[in-house]
Design a protein around this ligand. Structure first.
Ligand SMILES: [Zn+2]
Length: 327
């Protein structure tokens, strides 16, 4: 990974603590991480230095570059350099007040005169991290063209189905996810459907890869059975998954990481499908040819049926709290 990747990511997500662990021992850009590691608190200003500049700073701080590289690679402690070294910093800030991001929302009215006032939301983010500083494009095939394609297929299935679900369906394509779940936060605060009548959110983000974290017949799901927000929505999805030959793994480490979280924070039952992190995350190598199309289809079908059942059930989904297993 080069410094340009690091700069690109940092410029989008300034000060995210996760950067220190997400970018261990970056070969040619490794030294460039120092400033952001030191300023790892999201309240701090993060500054990424070029390799020569960071080498100069480390020399002033009497830090051994090898020790810092070791720390960045996850081995060894953060080396302690000299403190209270006077420094002068000149920063030019450019503010772009024309920047804008949009959500796209579609609604399919339910067939039941009473239950149609309630809605199941399907969400997926359409944005990714743009272009790298050298001009190379972050295609984001898995993150999140895969979930967006799933959302479109789900919309098509509802639109073409002869039978309409009893509850209404809100199809929500959000933007700004990579900047901090902006689109779903905006929707949760400015809902186009009465938010107390939103009974569930089904979120798909990165459903296209079969890898170390989830194989072709697996998917990571949160909130899992051991989570406080485990709900009938998730529980009732398990047998549907079984019919499609899919088993669930625990995806609770992604609980706050995608758009479902803005619904979960309001107490709304959610389910998040994610095949998990991989080596091409937020890299220009997140290409379509690495996607497992059959898995994507399986997970999109699972998301569809999970929402379909919730939309047709007499009772709205409810939070169960932690359980011993998925039942
Ligand atoms: Zn994503």
């Amino acid at each position: 990974m080069g410094l340009s990747d690091v700069l690109n990511y940092l410029s989008l997500a300034p000060g995210k603590d996760v950067l220190a662990s997400r970018f261990p021992g970056a070969e040619d850009g490794g030294m460039g991480m120092v400033a952001s590691v030191l300023g790892g608190n999201s309240e701090d200003l993060s500054i990424v230095l070029s390799v020569p500049a960071s080498a100069a700073v480390m020399a002033q701080l009497e830090l051994a570059p090898e020790a810092v590289t070791k720390f960045l690679a996850g081995a060894g402690n953060m080396p302690q350099g000299k403190r209270d070294v006077p420094a002068k910093l000149q920063v030019t800030i450019t503010h772009d007040d024309k920047a804008q991001a949009s959500n796209v929302v579609a609604v399919l009215r339910g067939s039941d005169p009473v239950l149609a006032n309630e809605a199941i939301v399907y969400s997926a983010h359409m944005d990714h991290v743009g272009k790298r500083m050298d001009g190379d494009v972050f295609n984001g095939a898995d993150d999140n063209a895969s979930g967006s394609a799933g959302l479109l297929e789900i919309a098509t299935a509802y639109a073409q189905g002869k039978e309409k679900p009893r509850r209404s369906i809100v199809l929500l394509s959000v933007s700004g996810e990579e900047l901090g779940l902006w689109g779903s936060a905006y929707y949760a605060n400015h809902p186009t459907w009465p938010i107390d009548k939103v009974v569930a959110d089904i979120n798909t983000d990165m459903i296209g890869r079969s890898g170390s974290e989830s194989g072709p017949q697996q998917i990571a799901v949160t909130p899992s059975y051991s989570h406080d927000m485990y709900s009938t929505l998730v529980r009732d999805s398990v047998p549907l998954a079984a019919e499609l030959g899919v088993t669930f793994t625990t995806g609770d480490r992604y609980y706050t990481r995608s758009d479902h979280y803005n619904f979960a924070k309001l107490g709304i039952p959610v389910i998040f499908f994610c095949s998990g992190e991989h080596e091409d995350d937020h890299q220009v190598t997140d290409h379509a040819d690495k996607l497992d199309g059959e898995k994507m289809e399986r997970i999109a079908r699972l998301a569809f049926w999970t929402g379909w059942n919730a939309a047709n059930s007499d009772d709205r989904p409810r939070v169960l709290g932690p359980r011993k297993d998925w039942r």
